[in-house]
Ligand binder design. Sequence first.
Ligand code: FE2
Length: 240
Amino acid sequence: MRTPSSPTIFPADYTRIKVVRSFYELVTTPLAGEINALCWERTLPGDFREIVERLGGGEGIVPVGDSRLDVLSLSDAGKVARDLLLEDQQLLRSCDLAPGLDCIHDSPRDVSGGPFPVDVFSFHADSATAAADTYLCSYTEAASEVLRNDEARRRVDIPETRAELLKLFGGEDNSDFLEFLNEHYYDLHYAPAAGARPSSFGLGNLWRIATDYPGSPVPPCIHRAPPATPGRPPRLLLIS
Ligand SMILES: [Fe+2]
């Protein structure tokens, strides 16, 4: 696993990820043609771990509102980090987006016992009913990971898995079955190909990634939360 201080390295031959140099470029570059992910690559100053420490303990996913950040007592480096957290959200709000900052101690696991787990630790596409993209930035700990589309296969398209799902559904492979797959998010999850090389989104980078929505001109960006490491501090994640 990449350590937080090492740079993000994207496969040079992979044309679906475009690195941009400004917030303006991030929000105005269309996700079209080959491109299904934009990365505003940044090395942020400030101490984000101090923010996490000051937020204190908790469990699950704890939303961190601006007012909670405002009242933290911080060092100068912590204040720099706080200003960036507020500024990133302000930038997104100025584009009519509704960002949220989360302190993630742990994310819910899928314990339904289906053929494969449908939780954030499994490679998946985000979905929307109308045109919408996901924005995200990891500030501390391990960052989210991206899987190349050419190294991903929808799990429902793998014959053995589809057979298992059909058994679970208890009917024919028809439109009702497709609805069943959709209702249970089975159709949004992907298996990495043998030898697949997922990349880290990297810390501090603000990403805009394509979701799965009707009529999208590009395939969705496949990603997952990093595996949880027991004993590590929580992750600070911006998502919109
Ligand atoms: Fe996601």
